[in-house]
Design a protein around this ligand. Sequence first.
Ligand code: MN
Length: 205
Amino acid sequence: MNILITSLISFAMTYTMPKLPYANNALEPVISQNTIDYHYGKHLQTYVNNLNALVPGTAFEGKNIEEIVATAPAGAIFNNAGQVLNHTLYFLQFTPAPTQKVPTGKLAEAINQNFGNFENFKDEMTNAGTTLFGSGWVWLAMNQDGKLVIIQEANGGNPITQGMKPLLGFDVWEHAYYLDYQNKRTDHINQLWNIIDWEVVANRM
Ligand code: MN
């Protein structure tokens, strides 16, 4: 009996919301409180709730988010785990008061090496977000050779499914910007560059 109880407890894992390191209105005017209330408070909460409802009793019980996203087949568990991971990375990469406007150190070096310079990288990433058709994500990721690449992912995709490290992710689902920018996705992406915490991004390398 004791053994059974212990094993049940050790396999239980609850997926939780990331705690925002800023107030819901702190990213205004780039991202409004209204958008944070819905995007973080409703959309992300729903993905977390769905995942907690879906995982028990499956082969993914006891696995962390990254493991699930890296190994789950297409379907509801992958979709919800992907969106929990994506939004956790997304919301934690922003700050209302960036201490640096551009990357520095090893991240700056890697960007210069792979994209020529920071402005080129910004243009390529913005363009990738603008041209992604439908709902999805655009990522700056580090591949297995240590090279930085920009990749587009449909729906809840994440670079870790290709063995890459996600460094910076832009959510281009309409729910990320429609309340503030309506159909103007590019305007939204252009504004996002003003609230990125480059230290957080560099620490993901
Ligand atoms: Mn989203």
